[in-house]
Ligand binder design. Sequence first.
Ligand code: PEP
Ligand code: MN
Length: 277
Amino acid sequence: MEVKFRLAARHNAQARTAVQIGPVTVGREDLVIMAGPCAVEDYDRTLAAALALKEYGAHIFRGGAFKPRTSPYSFQGLGKEGLEILAAVRDATGLPVVTEVLDTRDVELVCRYADVIQIGSRNMHNYALLREVGRARKPVLLKRGLAATLEEWLLAAEYVLAEGNDRVILCERGIRTFETHTRNTLDVGAIAAARNLSHLPVIADPSHAAGRRDLVAPLALAAVAAGADGVMVEVHPCPGEALCDGDQSLDPAAFARLVPLLRQVALARNGLAAAAG
Ligand code: PEP
Ligand code: MN
């Protein structure tokens, strides 16, 4: 790979980077499962969701407090109150939490509450924000821009790494194509390619790729087969009532059915990789 990926590139036989998030390691053989609602709505629902997801096998809880909505009139998230709820849920369940930051002015605030800070797809090109989270002392989940090339995505990671933050997790969440059947098109090839080109862990978000719940499981399984170190799935206790992204949210029962399938695929994949040396 070219020298422009000074820090993100994987050089010959370089060991893969693992990112530690409390008790959870992302980037080793064990598949890491992140799950939760698109947005934090209130404490009781968020806690109920987190308790169910933990029981069914999630390692990290997700939930948006600052939501990047296409329309300014859509629910924008609870902001600081949402962060407080997430932190309380983390304390009650022991699950580390990941949540998005939209604005450089909020990075310090979000870092106070979150275990992982997420840079959303729409902000992958926001270089001021990338630099700011590069100076933060928290792992960063960097989503691929919805129209970003693999190279642009890795260069975005480079911005974070160049500021001294070496805990970056890449997340493929689908790119915009001519296809309208799905919200975005999950670029499964990019998952494998990013893992070849970079030493950073790579996870997949099949929910924002599909935009519809019936395709979340098959895409998640495909992502794991392609080598994803983890998946991030939207789950809502009652998807029909979700304030955000209900159409693509699994209910807890569907999540419970998906987890053992993901583990089986990860086992098969790891076995094949070990056999291949
Ligand atoms: C999200 O994870 O809530 C989200 C908004 O995702 P993306 O940035 O991939 O659209
Ligand atoms: Mn969402």
